[in-house]
Design a protein around this ligand. Structure first.
Ligand code: G1P
Length: 293
């Protein structure tokens, strides 16, 4: 059965791009409007039918675990003051999935972080969602993770999201090589981590959404340090692609690079503009502001 019920979210990074804010607050906990980045990622996974979320965290990240726990005092106070809707929202957050937290004890790369999930994931298929990217889809639309699990359930092949980027952007991403099949997916033959634009095999970049079979763990086990001396997920992906096949699938969603300061600000503005409670006032403010720029 090509079902995907588990997802792994790497959350061990130090968040140096957001210092000093991230000195004591995990970058995954920084808010976009009024919810932490991580909650957007978890919601995307849950909407795709994921039941178990494996968070690969690191030292100083206990706020992440607390976020998915019961906060008795807050809920009690809200109940007593009649804020029933918020109590329900908080309960819904802690019950939306089984959150399983494990630690990556050394920063040895994304491939190593994914391999840390192996004892929990075992032989199951699983999704990987990188927290720096927010993929925003309307509630009526399938999330990017669901788009991938749909392809996976039809084909049984590991399937990863790809997007076309400008030549000067390829250096920021894993880039796939391969030809499109009749269904419009890329039959991946190779994955190169952050190539120079002159040597990039294509302009199809990995934005951080993947669905893998457990075959990736065997490839990770044998992976040698690659780019920047790190165990790269992309090297293990090349191995799986060559041995078993792997598909690259373009997706529909509004993507925000929340791991970057400008992208983070843009996500705040655009997501607020999509929110009923904020859009009208924010629009008025922005209209007033723009002519003064
Ligand atoms: C990681 C991956 C890269 C991927 C990118 C997406 O790189 O190694 O293949 O394209 O995430 O955000 P990082 O941005 O963590 O350096």
């Amino acid at each position: 059965m090509n079902k995907v019920k588990k997802a792994l979210i790497p959350a061990a990074g130090l968040g140096t791009r957001f210092l000093p804010a991230t000195k004591t607050i995990p970058k995954e906990m920084l808010p976009i409007v009024d919810q932490p980045i991580l909650l957007y990622i978890v919601e995307e996974a849950v909407r795709a039918g994921i039941e178990d979320i494996i968070l690969v965290s690191g030292r100083g990240k206990s706020a992440i675990e607390d976020f998915f726990d019961c906060s008795y005092e807050v809920e009690d106070l809200l109940s007593k003051t009649g804020k029933v809707e918020m109590v329900d929202r908080l309960k819904n957050i802690r019950n939306m999935a089984n959150i399983i937290s494990i630690r990556q004890k050394e920063a040895l790369g994304l491939g190593h972080a994914v391999a840390c999930g192996s004892p929990i994931i075992g032989k199951d298929n699983f999704a990987v969602l990188l927290g720096d990217e927010i993929m925003y889809s309307a509630v009526s639309e399938p999330t990017v993770t669901e788009q991938l699990t749909n392809v996976f359930s039809e084909t049984g092949l590991s399937t990863v999201a790809v997007m076309q980027v400008e030549p000067d952007q390829v250096e920021k991403y894993g880039i796939v090589a391969g030809e499109k099949n009749s269904a419009g997916q890329i039959q991946i033959t190779d994955v190169v981590e952050k190539p120079k634009k002159e040597t990039a095999p294509s302009r199809y970049a990995l934005p951080g959404r993947y669905v893998f079979t457990a075959q990736i763990f065997d490839s990770l086990k044998n992976a040698k340090p690659g780019k920047n001396g790190e165990i790269q997920l992309t090297d293990a992906m090349t191995d799986v692609a060559k041995k078993y096949g792997m598909l690259g699938s373009e997706f529909k969603a509004k993507r925000f690079d929340a791991g970057d300061k400008l992208g983070y600000l843009m996500a705040n503005i655009e997501i607020a503009l999509m929110r009923e409670d904020l859009s009208s006032d924010l629009r008025t403010y922005l209209k007033k502001l723009v002519p003064t720029l």
